[in-house]
Design a protein around this ligand. Structure first.
Ligand code: KIV
Ligand code: NA
Length: 270
C-alpha cells in the first residue's frame, strides 16, 4: 500500500514513533527522501539554499509552487508540506486561504506550513475549518529576520518561556496538525512538547520532540556552513568538487568521452 501519509496520520503520531521529516526542493532528492521520511517539507529555505538569497524574505508563492510540483512528482509515500512564503498569508485570513488554496490546487500536496504562534491562531483556525491542514512554526521564525535582527536561538532565558509556550498552545488550539519548533533552548523544546497535544517537530529544539526536521542540503554537507543544530550526515560538497575536477581534467586531456560513451556508425544494410 503506497497511499500517501496524510495530515491526520501525522497528527496521530503524538507521543509515538518519532516523525522523520526532511526538506526537498527537487524531484530527484524527493525520490530519495521519500524512501525513508514520513514528511517532506518544501521549505522556503529554498530561497537561501537553491537561490543564494540572504534570507527567506524574497521567496515568492510561485517559487514554492514550482518546487512543490517537482517534489510531488518525485515522491509517492510521504506527506508533502509546502511553506507559505513571507507576504503570502500575514495580511488577512482571506489572503492566507487564497495562497494556501493555490498551493493545494496547483501542486496536489497535503498541507501547508506557516510561521507564527498566537498572532496566527485566527488564520490557522480559518484555514483548518476550510479544509487546509496547517503545520505551524514557532520559536525562531526566519521570515521575521528583519524584526529579529539575527538568526539566533530563542528562549535561552526561562523568563521568555511563557510567550513561546503560549504560541505553541495557541496554534494547537487553533487546529494545527503539528508544529515545527525551531532553535529554542533544549528544556523549552521539551516543555513545549509536553504542553501541546499535537506532534512537535524539532529543528534545533530537543530530542524529546515528537519528530525532527533538517534541511537536506545541510545534513548532506552540501552547504559550506550549517548551524549548530545540524548534524552533517554526509559531506557531499568535496565529492562533487572532486567529480567536477576529474571531469575538467578528462575533457582537457581528451580522456572523456571514451568509446563506451560514444555511438558507432550504423553499417548500411545489404
Ligand atoms: O524552510 C525550511 O526549511 C523550514 C525548516 C527549517 C523547518 O521551515
Ligand atoms: Na521555512
Amino acid at each position: 500500500d503506497i497511499r500517501r501519509l496524510t495530515a491526520p496520520d501525522i497528527r496521530a503520531r503524538k507521543g509515538g514513533e518519532p516523525i522523520v521529516m526532511l526538506t526537498s526542493y527537487h524531484a530527484h532528492t524527493a525520490r530519495l527522501v521519500d524512501q525513508h521520511a514520513d514528511v517532506i517539507l518544501v521549505g522556503d529555505s529554498l530561497g537561501m539554499v537553491m537561490h543564494g538569497m540572504e534570507s527567506t524574505v524574497p521567496v515568492t508563492l510561485d517559487m514554492m509552487i514550482l518546487q512543490g510540483l517537482a517534489v510531488m512528482r518525485g515522491s509517492k509515500r510521504a506527506l508533502v508540506v509546502i511553506d507559505l512564503p513571507f507576504g503570502a498569508y500575514e495580511e488577512s485570513r482571506e489572503q492566507a486561504f487564497r495562497s494556501a488554496a493555490r498551493i493545494l490546487k496547483e501542486t496536489g500536496c497535503g498541507a501547508v506550513k506557516l510561521e507564527g504562534g498566537a498572532r496566527m491562531a485566527d488564520t490557522i483556525r480559518f484555514l483548518t475549518e476550510r479544509g487546509v491542514p496547517v503545520m505551524a512554526h514557532v520559536g525562531l521564525t526566519p521570515q521575521s529576520i528583519n524584526a529579529l535582527g539575527s538568526f539566533k536561538a530563542q528562549g535561552r532565558d526561562r523568563a521568555d518561556w511563557p510567550v513561546f509556550l503560549a504560541d505553541a498552545k495557541a496554534v494547537a488550539d487553533a487546529g494545527a496538525f503539528s508544529v515545527v519548533v525551531e532553535a529554542v533552548a533544549e528544556p523549552l523544546g521539551r516543555e513545549i512538547t509536553q504542553a501541546v497535544a499535537i506532534p512537535t517537530i524539532g529543528i534545533g529544539a530537543s530530542v524529546a520532540c515528537d519528530g525532527q526536521v533538517l534541511v537536506l542540503e545541510d545534513m548532506l554537507g552540501l552547504t559550506p556552513w550549517s548551524p549548530k543544530f545540524v548534524k552533517r550526515y554526509g559531506e557531499l560538497g568535496p565529492h562533487i568538487a572532486k567529480a567536477v575536477e576529474t571531469y575538467a581534467q578528462e575533457v582537457r586531456s581528451r580522456a572523456f568521452p571514451g568509446p563506451e560513451h560514444t555511438y558507432a556508425e550504423k553499417k548500411p544494410a545489404k
